[in-house]
Design a protein around this ligand. Structure first.
Ligand code: PSV
Ligand code: MN
Length: 406
C-alpha cells in the first residue's frame, strides 16, 4: 500500500516537472483591443468598466498578468493606441511588469483603403499604406517591441474587379519597401485570412501565400497563424509543422471559431485542435535534430486575438490564458520517446494513444500546485471573480467614453 502511495507521489512529481514550462516558460501576449467594446456589424453591446485610454488597456493587461503570471506583454494596434510619447507608454507598461509586444498595423479603416492598401491599384494609396506600416516600425523602435504585424484587409469582391497577379506584385514590392525600416532584430509577421472584409479574393488568403511572400521579402519576414482564419476542416497543426520546418512561423493570433472568424475564446470550441497545434510546438522545441524548427518554436509569439462581445472581458481574458496554458501542459505530458518508438515501429494505435492519453489527462491540479508554489492563485479565474477587482474597475471608470475599435 505504502509502495503504491509513494509511486503515485513520484509519478505526480515527475508530471509536475514535465509541465513546469507552462508556468515558467510560456509567455502569452494580450491584445490591447481585447479589453474594449466590440461586437458584430449588427450590434456592439457596451460593457461597464472597459478602458477609456491605452493606459487603462495596459492596466487591464497588467491585472491579467498579476493573476496568471504568464501574460507579460501587451500588443498595440495603430492608430487605435497612438500616443504622443511611446517611450513613456513603454515605461508605463514596464512599471506594471509588462513589455510592449507586437505593433499591429491597421490599413483597413481609412476611407482611402476601400479597394485595398498595399495592393491598391493607386500608387498614392499604396504609398500612404507603406507610410502607415513604416510608422509601426518606428513605434517598435520607441517601445522596444520585437514585432511589427501586418494584416491586410486587401482583396476584391467581384471577379474582374482588379488584376489578381498585379495585386500580388504590388504586395511584394510594398513589403520590400517597408522591410528595411524594421529596427534591428525586429521581425515582420504577415498574417493571412481566408476572407473578410473581401468576399471574392483576398490578397494574403492562406499560409502558402504568406510564406512565399515572406521568402521574397527577407529573413525576418515570417508568418502569423490566426487560428480563426482558415476554412472549415483545415489541418492547422500541419500548417504549423511546415512553417516550423521552414523556420518561418512567427507567431499566433489565438482564438477559436465554430463557423467563420468568430473570435471566440481560445480553446473554447475545439480544445483538441489547440492541443494538436501545441503538440507540434512542444515537439519542435524538443527536437535537437532539427535546429531550425527548434529555434523557431522557441521564438514563437503567442498572442490572443479575440473579441469578448457578450462575455465579461477580464474573466474571459484570464480564462483564455488558462485555456492555452492547460493545453500546453497536456502537450508537455506527451511521452515523446514512446511516441517516436511507436512511429518508428509503424504502430499506429500506440502512436495515437501517446497523444490521446496526454490530452485526456486532467492537468488542472498540477498547474494549481505549480502556481501556488510561485505565489500565484491556484485558480486565477476564480480568484479574480472573488477578488472584487471587477467592481473596483467598474467604479473607477464611470464616466468618460469607453474605447472601441477606433
Ligand atoms: C483580422 O481579422 C484580425 O485578425 C487581424 O489580426 C487584425 O489586426 C485584428 O483582427 C483586429 O482585431
Ligand atoms: Mn488576427
Amino acid at each position: 500500500m505504502a509502495d503504491t502511495a509513494s509511486s503515485t507521489r513520484a509519478a505526480s512529481a515527475a508530471a509536475i516537472d514535465r509541465v513546469a514550462w507552462a508556468v515558467d516558460g510560456l509567455s502569452v501576449e494580450l491584445p490591447s483591443w481585447g479589453f474594449v467594446n466590440t461586437g458584430t456589424r449588427f450590434r456592439v453591446f457596451p460593457q461597464a468598466g472597459v478602458p477609456r485610454t491605452v493606459f487603462e488597456k495596459i492596466d487591464d493587461a497588467a491585472t491579467v498578468n498579476r493573476y496568471t503570471g504568464i501574460a507579460g506583454s501587451v500588443a498595440l494596434h495603430i492608430p487605435w493606441d497612438r500616443v504622443d510619447d511611446f517611450a513613456g507608454l513603454s515605461a508605463y507598461a514596464a512599471e506594471r511588469g509588462l513589455r510592449i509586444g507586437g505593433i499591429n498595423s491597421n490599413t483597413f479603416q481609412d476611407e482611402d483603403y476601400k479597394f485595398g492598401s498595399l495592393c491598391h491599384p493607386s500608387a498614392a494609396v499604396r504609398s500612404k499604406a507603406v507610410a502607415a506600416i513604416v510608422e509601426c516600425c518606428e513605434i517598435a523602435a520607441r517601445t522596444g517591441s520585437r514585432v511589427v504585424k501586418v494584416w491586410l484587409g486587401d482583396g476584391t469582391n467581384y471577379p474582374g474587379q482588379d488584376d489578381l497577379r498585379q495585386r500580388r506584385h504590388r504586395l511584394v514590392a510594398a513589403l520590400r519597401e517597408i522591410y528595411p525600416h524594421l529596427p534591428g532584430g525586429v521581425r515582420m509577421f504577415l498574417e493571412y485570412k481566408l476572407y473578410e472584409p473581401a468576399f471574392y479574393s483576398t490578397d494574403v488568403q492562406d499560409w502558402g501565400q504568406a510564406l512565399s511572400v515572406s521568402r521574397l521579402v527577407g529573413d525576418r519576414a515570417t508568418v502569423c497563424v490566426d487560428i480563426g482564419h482558415h476554412a472549415m476542416g483545415v489541418n492547422i497543426e500541419q500548417i504549423v509543422a511546415i512553417l516550423l520546418a521552414e523556420g518561418r512561423l512567427g507567431g499566433f493570433d489565438l482564438n477559436d471559431k465554430k463557423y467563420g472568424d468568430d473570435d471566440l475564446m481560445v480553446g473554447s470550441i475545439d480544445p483538441y485542435q489547440l492541443f494538436r497545434i501545441t503538440h507540434e510546438l512542444v515537439n519542435a522545441m524538443r527536437d535537437d535534430g532539427d535546429p531550425v524548427a527548434q529555434r523557431c518554436a522557441r521564438d514563437t509569439v503567442y498572442m490572443i486575438d479575440q473579441c469578448h462581445n457578450i462575455e465579461p472581458k477580464m474573466p474571459a481574458m484570464i480564462r483564455s490564458v488558462m485555456n492555452l496554458q492547460e493545453v500546453f501542459a497536456k502537450a508537455l505530458l506527451v511521452d515523446r520517446e514512446a511516441l517516436l518508438a511507436a512511429q518508428a515501429a509503424g504502430d499506429v494505435l500506440e502512436a495515437n494513444r501517446a497523444l490521446a492519453d496526454a490530452f485526456a489527462t486532467d492537468v488542472r491540479p498540477l498547474l494549481a500546485e505549480l502556481r501556488t508554489a510561485r505565489g500565484l492563485p491556484a485558480d486565477p479565474y476564480r480568484a479574480y471573480l472573488e477578488s472584487g477587482d471587477d467592481a473596483a474597475r467598474e467604479a473607477a471608470r464611470a464616466g468618460g467614453s469607453a474605447a472601441g475599435w477606433g
